[in-house]
Structures are given as C-alpha cells and as structure tokens.
Design a protein around this ligand. Structure first.
Ligand SMILES: O=C(O)c1ccc(O)c(O)c1
Ligand SMILES: [Mg+2]
Length: 602
C-alpha cells in the first residue's frame, strides 16, 4: 500500500457549477490540489489568463490540465494547417496560464480519415510544436470518436508517433462505457500515461455520448469498477494526479461548494478501495438508539406517539426535550429553538456504535462536518456528524457502562408503562434534497459503512421518486433514502419513522382505539390484492378496514400501515414475517397517492 506520499487530487472545472472563480474556490475549499481548466470556463471568464493563474496560486491549486482540443488529427492537410495555427494560439494561452499539459480528444471531424499512420504523423507534429512551449500533449480516445474510440487504439497511435511530448490520457468513463478490459492498461509504459481522468456512471443502455455528457457521476456513485481501473493505471507506473471529470446535469445546477466536498470524498474512498491510501476503518452501526424530532408544538406528535403505545419516560435535564419509549424504540421530541425555524421534522438519528470515537474519526476523514461534542455545556459529550441533508448523526453507546450514554442527560419521569405493540425502529425514511441523492448514498455507504441496495422507482401522482435503502448486515439499521425528480419543496420532502411490531393488526386496532387515525387506502387496492394473493377468511377485510398494506417476496411477507402526517413527519407500523427484507415498494404509489388526499391541491 502506498501511503507515504498522498496522491494529488484534481477536478475539472466542468464538474462544478458557477463562474470560474466560484468553481476554483469550491475546489480549493474541498481540499483538491489542482484543477483541469475547461476551455469554455476560461472563455466565459472576465479574468485574464494571468489573473486565473494568480487566483489558482492564491488558492493553492495547480492547473494540471487545459482541455479540450478537438478534431486535430487525421483531417485533410489544409485543415491540419489551420489546426496547428489554432494550437499555437492555445499553447501561448497555456504559457500565460502556467498549464503544461493539454488534452487532445480523438477526432469526430466528418472528414477525418480512418488512417492511424496519418493520425500519428499529425500528433507528432503537434507534439513537436508543443515541446517548443514546454507543453505535453495527452491524447484521449472519446468513446464516440469517429475512428479512434478505445484507449488501446489511442495508445497504438501515440506509440507510433513516438514523440517525448506526446502521451495518452486515460478517462475511466470512455474505457468502461465501451466495455474495454482495463487490464491492458498495464501494457502502457507509466511515463506515457500523461493524465488520468475519473468518472463513474449508472449502468444504462443509451447512446454513449448522451450518457457521458449528462449522467457521469463521481466514483462510487455509479456502476463502474473505477477502483479496479485505477489499480491497473498505477500498476502501469502512472504517478500523476487522480482527476475527476464529471459532466452531470444535476451537478451543473447544484451549489459548487457541497458538490466539491462530495467529489473529494469520492476520491478519498477510491484511493482506499484501490489500496492507494488508508483511512480510519469504518465502524458499522449496530442499531438505532433514537430518532429525534423537532417540533414547535409537542402535542400533535405526542398524541400520535401515545396512541402508538409510547410513554413519555424521561425529560432532558436542561432542554425542552422529552424521551418517548416503547420497547427498544426511542423517540426524542424537541421543542427547542430549531423547531420554530424548521417546523416538525426528523432532525437527528442516534446510531448505536461499537466505537463512537472511531466512527467519528472515520466520518471526519471523509469530510463529514463534525458537530460540537456537547450541544450545551452541561450535556454529556457525544460524537456526532452531519449527513449531507443536515440530519445530525449521533454515535451512541446506550447503557454501556464503560462509555458515556446519551441517556445520562435525561431524568426519568413518573410514567405510565408503555404498551408492547412496538419493539424497535424498523427503518427511517429520509427524502433528500433533489441534488444530494447520489451524495447521500455515497455518504451512508462510506462514512457509516452501510450497504446500499439497488434504487427503485416509485410513482407519486405528481412525479417519480427514486428510493434507495442503505442497511447494516442484520437489518437492525435501515435508512431509506429517496428523492423526487425535480427541485422539491419541504412539504414534499416527507420523512418517516417505521416501528417494528409482531402483530400489525393488533397494533393498528390499539392505535385507533386510542384515537389515532390511520391513512385510508382505496378499495381498488384491496381488489388487486385479492387477485394477486390468497388470504385466510376475513383477513383481507381486516386489512381493508384498517388500511393495512400487504406485500410478499420469496422469503416472507410484509404488512404495514401509516399514521397521519405532522409537519414533514409520519409514522409507519411494520410487521415483517419470514425473511422479507424490502419496504413494500410495490405499495408505495398507493400510499403516496393516499397521502395527497386532503392536502391542498397543487
Ligand atoms: O464530451 C466531450 O466532448 C469530452 C471532452 C473532453 C473530455 O476529456 C471528455 O472526456 C469528453
Ligand atoms: Mg475525458
């Protein structure tokens, strides 16, 4: 493992939104060492090349690449003459910028010839000119290049051109999108790999140019084995930067600062996966200690919890926070100042951790904002970090004598015994801000050490949701991340807490008897259930009466129902039997539609 010299990291300006200045600032703050300057970002900037150079220097960024130069090689001779003239201009510009490597992507010119000897001859002339300027040319195969579309083909041409100022640029997207075997990279001498660009992408069957220009994402967020490719590149002897080049419609709109942090985190994890760097080990959470709701008015949430069988068992010593408990399920209800700002929402999650300090070290090494260990001077010190959506994550050691427990901040109340319908939190469902879904999945997987499941599409009457659960191995921590298709406001960004019960019918009846109202589910849904499954006599009628939804997979069955919503939050009762491991995705469209009933029309 190569841990002595940390790898240099870089990011193409095209990967971030905003003006060139905003992009550079974001890249520097997130910890990148360098940037690739995308030509359009320079053309659109009011700064002179000298000012850009000075700005980068002030920000501690090197300019690792200037790009792209297009349609250079294998074109008709008069065209090539003009290309050399154009190149001379760009090399002069690069001298002013202080950039010493230029990317040339394989030609898509309609008149380009399928002639490797001519391509090599042209690139050799270009490299000779570049050399006069102290510049190196890195030739990259675009996956949709007219005649050169694979990395090995680009390398053969570079090898034939045989010029010291000419090498190749490897771009993981082009290589993996074409399905090329990256093992062959090891046949390229390391010193001839002038640059390495990294991007992942979700696996999709679509035109490769559209795929590249709109759907690239940061390593670890898509379906490619980017770490595997990187291993081959370093085995070949490459020693340049790891540089992200991500064209993505969401990142183009999202704020540059958080995107750059997400980007840098992806490179840290990539280095870990490729064996190029060591990070503190992930500490996988072993359960949910609590979920904390903030609310301006404790009554509606309290009424729901009481009807669900919870009892208010303790109160925070110094703050307006109540602990509601039933079995191992614990909900904190906080009516402090945040609630007046944010309304009712899930603000924090306590995760049981075998090593809270280790979990925080891991999180910090992956750029998670670390929260103050004490929220107030009199509180016990707890390790906590913020997730990308702002949810506070506390690493807890509940009732473990050797460690401080969050429960020490709470004073027991004289209370009624809780009921025994609910045992623990089954899952937490958090709708993410529209531009943070991929970041959230990467964060929960790499920072918390949870496993990501496949994402599923769920139809809502007013749009399509994507949902992606993350879990630990035994299912004692399950977080369902979801996102709407478009910028979603907070009324749509619902959150919920699902509680495990052994008998959802009894729990639902008790909830109703205590005055709770369950979400009403349309009769059509039950007619469909009757067609799909066989039920015991009266069973379906019970579900219909209570609004219980049903699903079954190869391993077991799933029965669940929903309370009404307070602010952004509602509760779910969940009965899992056998090894059912899903979340009733099949039922989600019906549930989402039912939740719109009674809301003001949109
Ligand atoms: O989409 C493009 O044209 C394009 C340009 C430059 C690159 O390095 C690249 O990978 C793609
Ligand atoms: Mg590229």
């Amino acid at each position: 493992m190569r841990t002595s010299t940390p790898m240099r990291t870089s990011i193409a300006t095209v990967s971030l939104s905003g003006s060139l200045t905003e992009k550079l600032t974001a890249a520097s703050r997130a910890g990148f060492d360098g940037v690739e300057i995308f030509e359009n970002d320079l053309l659109a900037s009011p700064l002179t090349p000298e000012e850009i150079r000075a700005r980068c220097a002030d920000l501690g960024l090197s300019i690792d690449l200037y790009q792209p130069m297009r349609d250079i090689e294998a074109v008709p001779e008069d065209e090539f003459k003009r290309n050399l003239r154009r190149a001379r201009h760009k090399f002069e510009l690069m001298r002013r910028l202080g950039a010493d490597t230029v990317l040339v992507c394989s030609s898509v010119h309609p008149l380009a010839e399928d002639n490797d000897a001519l391509a090599a001859h042209h690139l050799r002339q270009l490299a000779a000119l570049a050399q006069d300027f102290g510049i190196r040319v890195a030739y990259e195969a675009l996956a949709w290049g007219r005649h050169v579309s694979t990395y090995d083909h680009a390398w053969r041409i570079v090898e034939a051109a045989d010029h010291p100022a000419l090498g190749t640029c490897l771009d993981s997207f082009h290589i993996l999108a074409r399905g090329s075997d990256p093992k062959g990279i090891e046949d390229i001498p390391g010193e001839k790999i002038f640059f390495l660009q990294l991007a992942d992408a979700p696996l999709m069957a679509m035109d490769v140019l559209q795929w590249s220009r709109h759907y690239r994402c940061f390593p670890g967020q898509g379906g490619f084995d980017v770490a595997g490719l990187v291993k081959h590149v370093f085995a070949a002897g490459y020693d340049g930067p790891l540089s992200l080049e991500v064209f993505n419609d969401v990142f183009r709109q999202a704020e540059a600062g958080p995107t750059a942090v997400d980007a840098h985190r992806s490179l840290l994890v990539l280095q870990e996966s490729a064996g190029l760097a060591a990070l503190p080990e992930p500490v996988v959470p072993t359960g949910v200690a609590f979920a904390e709701l903030v609310t301006p008015d404790a009554d509606p949430v309290g009424a729901l919890l009481r009807a669900l069988g919870f009892a208010r068992t303790a109160r925070h010593r110094s703050k307006p926070v109540d602990l509601w408990q039933q079995g191992e399920a614990r909900v904190l209800v906080n009516t402090g100042p945040a609630a007046r700002r944010d309304g009712t929402q899930l603000a924090a999650i306590g995760l049981e951790s075998p090593d809270p300090a280790g979990a925080a070290r891991r999180a910090e090494s992956l750029l998670a904002p670390v929260l103050p260990r004490r929220r107030a001077p009199e509180d016990v010190a707890l390790e906590a970090v913020a997730a990308p959506d702002g949810t506070e994550l506390f690493f807890c050691a509940t009732d473990r004598p050797e460690l401080t427990s969050w429960t020490h901040d709470f004073e027991p109340l004289d209370h009624r015994e809780p009921a025994r319908h609910v045992h623990r939190v089954d899952h937490l469902a958090l709708t993410q801000p529209w531009h943070q879904f991929d970041e959230a999945a990467l964060f929960h997987r790499t920072v918390l050490g949870l496993s990501t499941c496949d994402s599923v599409d769920v139809a809502d009457p007013y749009g399509l949701f994507r949902s992606r659960p993350v879990t630990n191995a035994d299912g004692s921590v399950r977080i369902a991340l979801s996102v709407g298709p478009a910028p979603t406001d907070d009324t749509v960004r619902a959150q919920h807490i699902a509680f495990t019960t052994d008998d959802v019918v009894a729990a639902a009846r008790a909830f109703r008897a205590a005055g709770g109202r369950l979400l009403a589910v349309p009769t059509n849904y039950y007619d469909d259930l009757a067609a799909r499954f066989e039920f015991a006599d009266g069973e379906l009628e019970t579900y219909r009466e209570l609004g219980i939804l049903y699903d079954r997979d190869a391993d077991g069955d799933f029965r669940h129902c929903y309370t009404e919503t307070v602010g952004r939050v509602f509760f779910e009762l969940v009965q899992r039997d056998g090894g059912y491991s899903g979340y009733g995705a099949q039922n989600a469209p019906v549930r989402l539609a039912a939740q719109h009933v009674g809301r003001p029309p949109r």
